[in-house]
Design a protein around this ligand. Sequence first.
Ligand SMILES: [Zn+2]
Length: 174
Amino acid sequence: MSPATTLAEKTAYAELDAERLHDWRKRDKAHWAELRKGRIVETRIRFTRSVPGEVHIWNALKQAETPEEVRAAYAMSKYWFNPKWHGRVYVTRIYEHAGLVIKAKNDSRYPRSDRPSSDDKRLEFFSVVMAGLTEERSPLTAVDLLRKYEHSDECYCRRCYDSRQREFFSLIDL
Ligand SMILES: [Zn+2]
């Protein structure tokens, strides 16, 4: 069965969801346009300082071994997995496709090491899983696509963005 047939369920809810997704993508495009103009730095700092990290949700997600445990972690979240919080529709994908999240976690590409840097890699892994589900692709296809992606100065992924931020702050420290 192809990923598309696994994910696409033509219910009334799915159609409504597709509409919300379309709307979200439009807003997301506008958001990235703002980001490229350099207006995002302030927003990032404000968000990271005022919103609780919900580490217990993150830990529960990492420990989850069944779709039910993924949904339980999801349901506990007040902020990051709450679709009503800032209307981030894509977070519902984790709940709807908890089985695919577990499948991705069981894959050899899921970072399992105990090193602190592995937790960053796991965060990135879950982001890619969520991005794949948002784009109605299988999470592992998304993981593969991103591994093959060629980064450039135009790239706004976390790694490229952070490295440019570090470069910027090292320059103004002089
Ligand atoms: Zn990049």
